[in-house]
Design a protein around this ligand. Structure first.
Ligand code: PRP
Ligand code: MN
Ligand code: MG
Length: 181
């Protein structure tokens, strides 16, 4: 069947849980950045859904930019080699930057991005990630806004892909091993 749900073993985080959590994180972000000029940087492609919903839950003015990096390709393991596929359009020197991510897995992508943004002279750099896998961390990321800590399973949906599929799932779900075995 072509129904995406046949490829999933378990719904891990529902659409409703995501929406509730993002509203809470947005309230914190609104409070923390009151009176500041905030630039949201989404990490393509996975962060598209988080950016869409988080940014619309904010009440303050923000700017939005995108960085496209990839380290996974068509695999379930990070290569650790981060490639820039699209750079920022914005000069972030002196800017308050909040990086918006779908997931912190090994942490390698964000570790690289944080170094890269720091070198451009941002005034402040924080991270908001909907999901984090503590057991998978290869490098510690100081993430100010975390949605959910999840087990070390390969998850898809709500922007997260396996081989570019499953991003359009409304929930976050565990991918059935038969799909990638
Ligand atoms: C995924 C995910 C994060 C990153 C997390 O992106 O969206 O950006 O990997 O993994 P890490 O903490 O181990 O680095 P991916 O490289 O698959 O690109 P995509 O967002 O286009 O799917
Ligand atoms: Mn990504
Ligand atoms: Mg991916």
């Amino acid at each position: 069947s072509s129904d995406i749900r046949n490829d999933l073993t378990e719904i891990l985080v529902t659409e409703e849980q995501i929406n509730t959590k993002l509203r809470q994180l947005a309230a914190q972000i609104d409070a923390d950045y009151a009176g500041k000029d905030l630039l949201l940087v989404g990490v393509l492609k996975g962060a598209v859904m988080v950016m869409a919903d988080l940014s619309r839950a904010l009440t303050q003015h923000v700017q939005i930019d995108w960085m496209a990096v990839s380290s996974y390709g068509a695999s379930t393991k990070s290569s650790g080699v981060v490639q820039i596929r699209k750079d920022l359009d914005t000069d972030i020197a002196g800017r308050h930057v909040l990086i918006v991510e779908d997931i912190i897995d090994s942490g390698l992508t964000l570790s690289w991005l944080l170094d890269n943004f720091a070198a451009r002279g941002a005034a402040s750099i924080e991270v908001c990630a909907l999901l984090r896998k503590p057991e998978a961390a290869k490098v510690e990321i100081d993430c100010r806004y975390v949605g959910f800590d999840i087990p070390n399973d390969f998850v898809v949906g709500y922007g997260l892909d396996f081989a570019e599929r499953y991003r359009n799932l409304r929930d976050v779900a565990v991918l059935a091993p038969h799909v990638y075995a």
